[in-house]
Design a protein around this ligand. Sequence first.
Ligand code: UFG
Length: 329
Amino acid sequence: MNVLVIGGAGYIGSHCVRQLIEAGHNPVVLDNLVYGHKGALLPSVKFYCGNLDDPVLVGKILDDEKIDLVMHFAAYINVGESVRDPIKYYRNNVCGVVSLVETMLNHGVKKFVFSSTCATFGIPAKLPLVEDMPQHPINPYGQTKLDVENFLKNCARAYGLNSVAFRYFNASGAAEDGSIGEDHKPETHLIPLAIFAAMGKGPSLKIFGEDYKTPDGTCLRDYVHVDDLSRAHIAAFDKLNGDGMFLHYNLGTGTPNSVLEIIKGVEDVSGLKVPYEIAPRRPGDPDALFADSTKAKTELAWKIKYTNVRDIIATAWKWHKNNPEGFKD
Ligand code: UFG
């Protein structure tokens, strides 16, 4: 299939592009390079620089490249920033998708893969999280993702759009060969920050709270390898053949790990100490979040390769050790 990957130069998008090529598809990337990195793409990948809400550019790509399906990874993802600047988040994460889907429909493209998040659930009433549990996001970031899920449902009924939303848990790790990996600026995620602290590259790691209702007092999260996430996306392509549908899947390993367990994992994998200090809780962090991904496993035959968080950390370590400054662009 000819696949337009929007945000394909970003963290999850660039891993998905590699998986698409391996699976025999033809990815074309659109990225504005505000957060993405040209260096995350193989030189052979066709690249367009621009915004998802540019109907002229997107329309031209859809026509010229004979696109069958669009994948969208170009959302803003920083929860704290979304609280400080919701307009930025609604404009890109919601208005951007409305514009994109309108352009797709105007050009006869009706297959759409959307990156959603476990943040749409807010504080879970029960764990593990199953797809149809109530969604009550507690920050603008999660709300924008839920708004798009609902928008896609309406577009299925109104225009026959076939879409799938994947609710990621904690995307982590890097390509097994160490050639691409996570490079957010600024970095806010636990595994890279713990690795930077071990390498002496950053300050000591701040553990945001040690008084959560968890066995060791630090938050529990479900860390899932970025290549496993990518494989689920591709497995869903065959499902998007109806006359208007909205599918949704939780993607996590189902195994929670605490912040302290991640630190121990980084220490074991790297052979270095992670200097850390206890800091106040970060607003909006639930005690625990982990997925029940039975639906993806059953309906998409999704197989998780990285079931052990140490193996995920090992791929991240390889990438950061070889690329301490991230991508060179
Ligand atoms: N943490 C620390 N110190 C840090 C960074 C993180 O203690 O310096 C803790 C957090 O409090 C949390 C855990 O490590 O308990 C994981 O934090 P991340 O920031 O790595 O990931 P989140 O769980 O906050 O965020 C992820 C995605 C978001 C998404 C969110 C949904 O990155 O995009 O899951 O809960 F919104």
